[in-house]
Ligand binder design. Structure first.
Ligand code: NAI
Ligand code: MG
Length: 358
């Protein structure tokens, strides 16, 4: 098992994407040396650079490389150069396309507080103490994908958005969340609006039914408005949160801000089985691209997430997470997380320190 070769499609993308992905690849290499795991990486074109070189943001061979892989590591795409392109020649269209083509129906975002960065958050350090949670957001259903239209009525124009969820959509995301909860502290919070919405009532019934298969996981249900409050009041009381698309969109951004900098946030998009696409939450940061000052930690932590969720390499993941913590504890900072900007270190220096600390 340990020596099984895992295939990883590497998509660097645009802007700071190639810089941060290069540091994440150093971490992959170091993991091979330290833990005996074996990775075969294949680079693929995607986003703006693919538009320039191939005339499409998502070339067929890139998709084929992803499909033939166990996981995808993605940097970021986009930039002003392509902003005025037509829809099919925009990098973002490639992002939606790749998620759909790979059947990725959930988005997962951890929010972890690093003690030494607590001061950078807008919340009080004592409120943040011990926060380590994951938001599991349903990604392909609900009101964002329901029928939408406008109509003329005798009272003027009306707009309609519809929210639809079927049982199987809820079941698969619920199972995924329970599985993730099993790898952590076995506590799952399902967030809905079951006092008002019919889709939420079906959501809650279905999650409760699936919970019978996970007797070791403690399940509770929280209404979305209350969850929004509790995230700010006692974030450390949450472990895994599972919720539908729109609630998850809002709550995952709220949870992200608990931790301060966008340069620290990792994410995963998962489908059936263990396959996943891993990427930093941030974009291509054109304002700092090419200067070698971007923070590679979000991408490096995305590798740790890949190890946990796709490969089950928990020891290697913990080694990366500990290394990041130790490097930060020792006072090293890239510009985005530095209080004293003049002492900030660059992208490769940060990557090298983390690799050395593993
Ligand atoms: P952004 O996340 O790229 O940048 C926002 C701000 O955070 C900028 O000031 C940037 O310098 C800073 N920042 C981001 N990542 C950082 C890092 N690792 N280290 C240090 N500072 C960092 O978001 P923005 O500016 O809204 O979008 C820029 C481009 O990225 C756009 O073309 C957008 O469409 C694209 N984008 C792509 C995403 C993806 O590939 N998944 C996600 C979000 C945006
Ligand atoms: Mg959002």
């Amino acid at each position: 098992e340990v020596n099984e070769v895992k295939k990883i499609a590497v998509i660097a993308g645009d802007g700071i994407g190639p810089e941060v992905v290069a540091e994440a690849e150093k971490v992959l290499k170091r993991t091979e040396e330290l833990f005996g795991h074996k990775f075969e990486t294949e680079h693929a074109l995607f986003g703006g650079i693919a538009i320039d070189e191939r005339g499409t943001p998502l070339p067929d061979d890139t998709l084929a490389i992803c499909k033939a892989s166990d996981a995808v590591l993605l940097g970021a795409v986009g930039g002003p150069k392509w902003d005025n392109n037509s829809k099919e020649l925009r990098p973002e269209t490639g992002l939606l396309g790749i998620r759909k083509a790979l059947g990725l129906f959930s988005n997962i975002r951890p929010a972890v507080i690093f003690d030494c960065l607590k001061e950078a958050s807008t919340l009080k350090p004592e409120v943040l103490e011990g926060t380590d949670l994951i938001v599991v957001r349903e990604l392909t259903g609900g009101i964002y994908f329901g029928e939408k239209f406008r109509r003329e009525t005798e009272n003027g124009q009306e707009a309609v958005d519809t929210c639809v969820y079927n049982v199987s959509e809820i079941e698969r995301i619920a199972r995924q969340a329970f599985e993730i909860a099993l790898t952590r502290s076995k506590k799952l919070t399902s967030v809905d609006k079951a006092n008002v919405l019919e889709t939420s009532r079906l959501w809650r019934e279905t999650v409760i039914r699936i919970s019978a298969d996970y007797p070791d996981v403690e399940l509770d249900h929280v209404l979305v408005d209350n969850c929004a409050m509790q995230l700010l009041r006692r974030p450390s009381s949450f472990d895994v949160i599972v919720t539908e698309n729109m609630f998850g969109d809002i709550l995952s951004d709220e949870a992200a801000m608990l931790t301060g900098s966008i340069g620290m946030l990792s994410s995963a998009s998962l489908g059936e089985g263990s396959f996943g696409l891993y990427e930093p939450v941030h974009g291509s940061a054109p304002d700092i691209a090419g200067q070698g000052i971007s923070n590679p930690i979000a991408t490096i932590l995305s590798v740790a997430l890949m190890f946990r969720l796709t490969f089950g390499y928990h020891e290697a993941a913990a080694s990366i997470e500990r290394a990041v913590k130790n490097v930060l504890d020792a006072g090293h900072r890239t510009g985005d997380i530095a209080v004293d900007k003049s002492s900030a270190i660059g992208t490769t220096a940060m990557g090298d320190l983390i690799v050395a600390a593993m």
